[in-house]
Write a protein that binds this ligand. Structure first.
Ligand code: NAD
Length: 257
């Protein structure tokens, strides 16, 4: 039987990269999409050594042309699509509302929201053709819970909109046997651009203390990309077959503060 196929956007780094690796270990073939061609190339080579078929494409999730081309390459290379991980995103500029310029606002909305919309707009037809599937959008605790880090208005607006999109689409796509869920990470150690000041504050807010001996770090530290990837894996698997339209928090309790 052919392996299931997953698309991961933003696969070149952080949460996307960890998710691609875990999906490969779970038996998926992969379509890897990112702005960064050299990161994709390195990941593709690593995955292929483990017997995974991986197709990589450098492009911008916010470009309709690029996402259309990605859909064409997925059909051409695999003939099917079973899972979509809409992960690519940016922090953008975090600034007090009276300092945030229209251009800064637009950049964040362009990548995070138009990018998510285009990913779903171009990939849902492929999932339908495959007889169903699962979508996971990578949002943030900023999208749902009160968050104490100031200045994240544009980012939080896009992340809240991603949750709303998933809830709306859960109903629309249910009759096509497509589930859609959202993961909402807290502070996670990745390459995402961040000011050191914000990062220190976020990290000191993580309340979970992992039991000593089971995990080699203590509380007050950020989660790992693999922690988010594990939740994504669960949300595309049949173990979560009765879950759709749900935000899943992967934040060590940070968003509860
Ligand atoms: P990262 O910067 O390590 O990785 C993001 C990847 O996305 C990069 O490889 C980058 O090249 C790619 N990318 C960015 N813009 C793109 C575009 N327009 N088109 C295609 N690819 C693009 O960051 P990360 O922390 O792994 O972030 C992944 C997702 O997780 C984002 O949506 C982010 O908002 C979300 N998130 C991260 C954290 C955190 O603390 N790291 C917390 C909450 C949510």
């Amino acid at each position: 039987m052919a392996k299931p196929v997953a698309l991961v956007t933003g696969a070149g780094s952080g949460i996307g990269l960890a998710t691609a690796e875990k999906l490969a270990q779970a038996g998926y073939d992969l379509f890897l999409f990112d702005l960064d061609p050299s990161a994709l190339d390195a990941l593709k080579k690593r995955l292929e050594k483990t017997g995974t078929t991986a197709i990589a494409m450098a492009g911008d999730v916010a470009s309709e042309q690029d996402m259309e081309r990605a859909a064409g390459k997925i059909l051409e290379g695999f003939g099917r699509l079973d899972a979509v991980i809409a992960n690519a995103g940016i922090n953008g500029v975090w600034a007090p509302i009276d300092d945030l310029t229209p251009a800064e606002w637009d950049t964040t909305v362009h990548v995070n929201l138009r990018g998510t919309y285009l990913t779903l707009n171009k990939m849902v037809p492929l999932l339908k053709q495959s007889g169903g599937g699962a979508i996971v959008i990578v949002s943030s605790i900023n999208g749902v819970r009160t968050f104490t880090t100031p200045g994240a208005t544009a980012y939080s607006a896009t992340k809240a909109a991603q949750v709303a999109m998933a809830q709306q689409l859960a109903l629309e796509l249910a009759r096509h046997a497509i589930r859609i869920n959202v993961v909402c990470p807290g502070a996670i150690e990745t390459n995402i651009e961040d000011s050191t000041e914000v990062r220190h504050r976020e990290e000191s807010e993580v309340p979970v203390i992992w039991p000593e001996g089971t995990v080699p770090i203590s509380g007050g530290e950020p989660g790992r990309a693999g922690d988010v990837a594990d939740s994504i894996l669960f949300l595309v698997s049949t173990s979560s077959r009765h879950i759709t339209g749900s935000p899943v928090f992967v934040d060590g309790g940070q968003g509860l503060l």
